[in-house]
Design a protein around this ligand. Sequence first.
Ligand SMILES: [Zn+2]
Length: 343
Amino acid sequence: MTMTSKERVWAAVHWKPVDYIPVFGNKSPLGPALIGRKLNRDYFLDAEAMTQSELAMYEAVDDDVICLNLAPATQDVLGARLNWPENDHPQFGVPTVFSIEEVDKLDFSDALKNEFVQALLTTVRQIKKAIGERVTLEVNSYGVFNLAARLLGLEVLLGSTRKNKPLVHRICDRIADLQIQLAQHFVDAGADLLSIGDGTSSPSCISPAIYAELALPYLTKTIQGFKQTGAMTLYHPCGGEYPIIDLVGKTGADILYFSELVDLDVAQKIFVKRFAVAGGVDPADTLYLGDVNTVDARLKETIGKLKYKTGVIIQPGCGLSPNIRIENLKAMVAATRKYSCLL
Ligand SMILES: [Zn+2]
């Protein structure tokens, strides 16, 4: 059987037979270095650079997705004031929202005119033109708690989950509205897969009860809004997910993408034929500290434990920093194809 990369992903997500297990490289942050750029604010405003960098990384790593990062744009539309390191993902800077009244005043009516949004829409169109229907094109952003923390500050957000629940409900609801508003434009431009990651609402930050009450309804609203576009959807709960593993499927996301703290073979059995699962590769221990032999050995073990050859995607357990060696990502892709064709 020979499949295009895009056919392989679609089949795996729908529990159909595949030639190889698909592999998502999380390779975007390494791209700027390949074209002599840094991962910084200028880069996210430069559609030509993002297009070149993503296509160069795709050619180099040869995995099964091209994933563009919408999170800087979403945060800019929300008015977040970020700290931009010299060469890394932007970080929280200072709070910009202090009350429920200020949440109500957030104005997204011009979101499409935002310069980051414009640059990313152009990038999606250009990449779609270059790759056609061969490869899945993903647009990824943060979930509601990650974004709320960028506006309120993490301490205020977490304190408000006890002391000011109406503020949390309102800010998450409005953030979900913005994400749904933007989604159709990215699908029209060529995105096949819409995704969110939300470590701030994972059990590493809040209790499962608070997650169920304050985060899950708005993560679900976001994913259900994404589904209205016709695109596939992915949700990454991002951090110690076992205590909420009975809840994450309620979002309805086609792909549940877990951190390395969840065993991929266990997740695959829990969600068999209901959801596809993704993950299985430790970004720190395997990809950062390991070499190509470590990567090969770990992938052999992970893939060997899988009960089914479909319904699963191999993927680093979280977003990568730009300092991961590209050789290790290539080794992850090669090992996935080598060991999954034996299954
Ligand atoms: Zn993560």
